[in-house]
Design a protein around this ligand. Sequence first.
Ligand code: FES
Length: 276
Amino acid sequence: MYKIVKKKILSQAVKLFEVSAPLIAKKAQAGQFIILRLDEKGERIPLTIADFNREDGTITLVFMEVGETTTQLGKMEEGDEILNLAGPLGNPSEIKDYGTVVCVGGGVGVAPVYPIAKALKEAGNKVISIIGARCEELLILKEEMQEISDELHVATDDGSVGHHGFVSDILQKLIDEGREINQVITIGPVIMMKVVSGVTKPYGIKTIVSLNPIMVDGTGMCGGCRVTVGNETKFACVDGPEFDGHLVDFDNLMKRNTRFTEKESCAMENYKKKCQ
Ligand code: FES
């Protein structure tokens, strides 16, 4: 059992939990994830490790309430316990001194960008961060990102804060200004990662995306997290979660991510009825 030691509400539907998991905290590295299960019959969901504290033995999870399990999780409080946590899973991000790295996070994707940006900064890179959300209220971890970035840009779809538009517009502007960019890392909605990768491709700027497809076992056996990268089949849980954004078949990923939409909304409806 894994105790929730801290709960913070980051925005309307986005929650941050610090969970006591000493063995995972000891080994965790930026870019890795865990799979959790709330109870014996619960579904298994992957969540990126947004931060870790080896001394306190805690890991930080940030998630958006989008389905039954994340809604159930969001209702848990400090002191409550999660039944299973498996991890750290996946390959860590490749952290080295690239020169100037642009870290682009969208929505709840800002959370997994944070530890990577922090590690890149510690490795000596100049870190330019671009974070975005639909509106100011949904923008998360702005102060934290500010602290570890040399430069921070903000974009919102409705213009309530920062640039009125998309994170990709800011990246395009930086490129147009002739800024030196050695690498881009982007995490967020699949469509955003597709657009960001499309912006950098003509300039040959290496772009890393972190994929979060539907997962079951997290160990490469079920095939649930299958993605196509450079015309090859890869499993995000063991081959990723990070891949070269210029090689990912995003359209296929978007299609695969919606294959349980109907079942997911039924489960949510039933859960709501149960809670009434
Ligand atoms: S989650 Fe089963 S193969 Fe990746």
